[in-house]
Design a protein around this ligand. Structure first.
Ligand SMILES: [Zn+2]
Length: 146
C-alpha cells in the first residue's frame, strides 16, 4: 500500500525536526488525522507566523516582536550589566525568575570546531563591537539550558 502524499509530506517534515525519529514522526502525523480541522488550521498558522511575526533584535540578537526588543528598550534595566547566553531560550529561562535586571547578548550557539562552528558562525563579533562602544561594568555568563 502506498502512503497518501499528504501524510508522507508531514511525516518527512516532522522527521527533519531535532530529536524526532521516523516512528515519532509517523505517530504525530497519524495523531493529527484525528484532530479537528479548526485545530489544524490554528497549528499551521502558528507555524506560518513563527518567522513572519518575529525579528532578531539588532542590539542583543534575542528573538522578539520588535527591534530593539522590550528588554533592550527598557530604560529601567541596568544597561551596564550584560549577560552573555548561548541561545534565545536561555533569556526566557533567566527572565522567568525575574531577579536579573541587566541586558543580554545572545550568541546563537557556541564555538564547536568539530562541527565547523567557528567565531564567525555565532554573534561574537557583534558582542565585541557592542562592548567596545558601550559602557559595561559587569559581565555574566548565562547558564545554558541544554
Ligand atoms: Zn534586544
Amino acid at each position: 500500500m502506498k502512503i497518501p502524499k499528504a501524510i508522507q509530506n508531514l511525516v518527512d517534515s516532522f522527521e527533519r525536526l531535532p530529536g524526532i525519529g521516523s516512528k515519532t514522526a509517523q505517530r504525530l502525523t497519524f495523531y493529527l488525522l484525528h484532530v479537528p480541522q479548526s485545530e489544524l488550521d490554528k497549528f499551521s498558522s502558528a507555524v506560518q507566523n513563527l518567522k513572519n511575526n518575529t525579528v532578531l533584535c539588532s542590539v542583543c540578537f534575542g528573538i522578539a516582536e520588535t527591534d530593539p526588543c522590550l528588554i533592550c528598550s527598557d530604560s529601567k534595566r541596568d544597561s551596564s550589566v550584560i549577560c552573555i547566553v548561548e541561545q534565545p531560550l536561555d533569556v526566557l529561562a533567566l527572565e522567568k525568575n525575574g531577579r536579573y535586571d541587566g541586558v543580554y547578548h545572545v550568541l546563537h550557539g557556541k564555538i564547536d570546531p568539530l562541527n565547523n562552528i567557528g567565531p564567525d558562525e555565532i554573534y561574537i563579533q557583534q558582542l565585541l563591537q557592542r562592548v567596545s562602544k558601550g559602557f559595561f561594568k559587569e559581565f555574566q555568563k548565562g547558564r545554558s539550558q541544554r
